[in-house]
Design a protein around this ligand. Structure first.
Ligand code: UT7
Length: 314
């Protein structure tokens, strides 16, 4: 295995279940309405899994990313899945994806840092390639959050959706994945909870909102600095899709209004670790960001963890 200087994204893919849950349907279940949800969070609809497991969705997204990269599953050395909604302890989701894609012999592991998971997974895969432990990697964020939603709690049940997004990383001597800036506010980690055996999502919404709109802009600036890119030079900004007001506040403070800003939350809701790869894959699929152009990924959420890096568009 040779030691590459870094890695680059060679292909992206995503999968969202066909079932769409609208705000109107939710307003028939709990005391809410379309206008409140749009104005406070920005969501119009979200996708909800039926029979698809986390591994099923991850496999479909991963298969599409491999097709986009022009690679066969057997050509990939490593599978990393970011998820916080895996039901089974063992085997892990990454191994299930490897099995479904008829891989044999690959290293496969899961990462759980909730909504920042994809950026953590991307960073560890990039580090493995730099260290010579892998020449390529399939990196996936996949969630089935609606299993953990309390459908009687109007403050949370309107927020979440299901799906998966994936990227194929290949070794490159001109790195297309910038240095990661990662960390967390562990002392306030319980502000978002999915705890115990009959777990339901709970969060102190305003605590998280305040943290997201004050602590994350410096993280985003640091990720740009470490990549040698000024925020105003970014072609795209793909933050975690938790709330349109958070997305707009960070974009404003960062000074990236001229960049293409992912606002996939409108049609997908909050899909935790799947949100940034789904949103990035859609920007690329629609041709909204030029090939090779710098895009900032910024994951944040449960834990309260964060991770961000600048990537070049495939
Ligand atoms: O992905 C992990 C990261 N998570 C986040 O980034 C989430 C960050 N937090 C947020 O996005 C927002 O705090 C929420 C969207 C979760 C909530 O919005 P908010 O503007 O902070 O609302 P709030 O919790 O302060 O509630 C304001 C009012 C309350 O009514 P009263 O007490 O003022 O009468 C709530 O009961 O809105 C009420 N409310 C609703 N009303 C209609 C809460 N949920 C709803 C609802 N429909 N669905």
């Amino acid at each position: 295995m040779r030691n590459w200087q870094g890695s680059r994204i060679a292909g992206l893919g995503y999968y969202q279940p066909p079932r769409v849950l609208t705000n109107k349907e939710l307003s028939e279940r709990v005391d809410t309405d379309d206008a409140w949800i749009r104005s406070r969070v920005g969501i119009e609809r979200r996708h909800v899994a039926d029979t698809e497991s986390v591994a099923d969705m991850a496999t479909r997204a991963g298969g599409r990313a491999l097709d986009a990269a022009g690679l066969r599953p057997a050509e990939v050395d490593l599978v990393v899945v970011a998820t916080c909604t895996s039901v089974d302890r063992v085997p892990n989701v990454a191994s299930r994806v490897a099995a479904e894609l008829e891989m044999e012999g690959q290293a496969a592991y899961d990462i759980n840092t909730a909504c920042s998971g994809f950026s953590y997974a991307l960073a560890t895969a990039d580090h493995a390639i730099r260290a010579g432990a892998a020449g390529s990697a399939l990196v996936i964020g996949a969630e089935r959050l609606t299993d953990y939603v309390d459908w009687k709690d109007r403050s949370t049940c309107i927020l979440f959706g299901d799906g998966a997004g994936a990227a194929v990383l290949v070794g490159a001597d001109e790195p297309g994945v910038g240095p990661v800036v990662w960390g967390g506010a562990a002392q306030r980690g319980s502000a978002i909870r999915i705890e115990g055996t009959s777990a339901r999502i709970e969060q102190d919404g305003q605590t998280v909102f305040h943290w997201a709109t004050t602590a994350l802009t410096p993280i985003a600036q640091e990720a740009c600095l470490r990549a040698g890119v000024k925020p105003e030079e970014l072609a795209g900004f793909v933050p975690h899709q938790a709330n349109l007001r958070i997305i707009n506040a960070i974009a404003r403070d960062l000074g990236v209004e001229e960049a293409v800003i992912a606002r996939d939350i409108v049609s997908s809701g909050n899909t935790s670790a799947a949100s940034t790869p789904i949103a990035l894959a859609k920007l690329v699929q629609r041709g909204e960001v030029p090939r090779g152009a710098p895009v900032l990924l910024l994951g944040f959420g449960g834990g309260l963890t964060f991770a961000g890096q600048v990537v070049n568009c495939p």
